[in-house]
Design a binder for this molecule. Sequence first.
Ligand code: FES
Length: 110
Amino acid sequence: MMEREKNITLFIEYNGNRQTVETFAGEYRNLMVLIKDQMWVEGIGECGGMARCGTCMVELLNAGENLAVTDTKEAAVIRRSTTAHSTIRLACQILVDETISGLQIKVLEP
Ligand code: FES
């Protein structure tokens, strides 16, 4: 069986550690699951990706307009927890596919 090519590269920072993660579409359900698996962030993802707990907040350091928050539920959770900077997202609401390759992500404290 042929192994799938890892054609998505992400640069993730957490607690002063930077890591380059390579993956492919479908390996992870969403960005929160990837971060949990790769970065050992304790306390992330309490609601299991339902956009309720706000423990998976990330700052997208180089994202374009296409990654802006569009969901009102997500926007409300972010507003409740932070000063709602426009580069903050819930990682559980971001699909891991080719469109996010090259993204620089800073994981915020859960
Ligand atoms: S995992 Fe709970 S808001 Fe993302």
